[in-house]
Design a protein around this ligand. Structure first.
Ligand code: MN
Length: 256
């Protein structure tokens, strides 16, 4: 056997996209599914630290967890799997995870968790289901996974894959697009006269950028974006070094 592959998602263990991804990777390794027992979309990188996690084994190499996607990867790699996986694959998400939205995504966060644990990781998402199934997205996922297993990835790097509906024109390597936050939070009043708010209403708008993941998917291409987990801006760090003296002088004065 070439190695163990951990498959997870954020739509829950019964999602069609998860089955499609697990099936697509079956001939690349010994696939273990460790996934949330219910939908966990938009939970981001949340971990469950203040209650015990329960694991329900549904079949051989198939586990449902009452936690988040990142819980599943952590528990899979550090507890449930017989050996360290060669790949963590998350998805196929029902809905795209593009541009700035990746920071909210449970699907992408699961791949980030795999990367943090030192495992080559990828997230796969598909533009909202249109009834045509996940076959095309699964083909793209398998091709990327096969290449990834041979080539590996740079340190702290994961792949974010998005597939348009229908047959993709091909694959494009892209960068993350930028969301334009223009829609206001909706404020309404409930039947008891108290205000409530609704965020994330209305369709997102994006900056024009032909090199972006958003443009690629919009134009019918599958998009592969390498993401880096080092969030430090090293250029800014050099620039901010000059703040140290002033901040320390200020603190000294205050605590005198
Ligand atoms: Mn989802």
């Amino acid at each position: 056997m070439p190695g163990v592959i951990l498959v997870t998602n954020d739509d829950g263990i019964h999602a069609a996209g998860l089955q499609a991804l697990a099936a697509a990777l079956e001939d690349l390794g010994e696939v273990y599914v460790v996934a949330p027992d219910r939908e966990q979309s938009a939970v981001g990188h949340a971990l469950t630290l203040h209650r015990p996690l329960r694991v329900d084994q549904l079949a051989e190499r198939r586990f449902a967890v009452n936690g988040t996607p990142s819980d599943c990867v952590n528990l899979g790699v550090l507890g449930l799997l017989p050996e360290a996986p060669v790949l963590v694959a998350s998805g196929i998400n029902h809905g795209a995870n593009l541009g700035d939205d990746v920071t909210y995504s449970g699907t992408v966060s699961a791949a980030m968790e795999g990367t943090l644990l030192g495992v080559a990781s990828m997230a796969v998402s598909r533009v909202d289901p249109d009834g045509s199934g996940f076959d095309r997205a699964a083909e793209v996922a398998r091709a990327v996974a096969a290449r990834l297993l041979v080539e590996g990835l740079p340190a702290q790097t994961l792949l974010n894959v998005n597939v348009p509906p229908g047959r993709p024109a091909g694959v494009r390597m892209t960068r993350l697009g930028r969301r334009v936050y223009s829609a206001k939070a909706v404020r309404e009043v409930d039947p008891r006269g108290r205000p409530y708010y609704w965020i994330g209403a209305g369709p997102p708008t994006w900056e024009e950028d032909e090199e972006s993941d958003i443009a690629a998917v919009h134009n019918g291409w599958a998009s592969v974006t390498p993401l880096h987990l080092d969030l430090t801006h090293h250029g800014a760090l050099r620039g901010l070094a000059s703040w140290e003296g002033g901040l320390n002088a200020l603190l000294k004065k205050r605590t005198r």
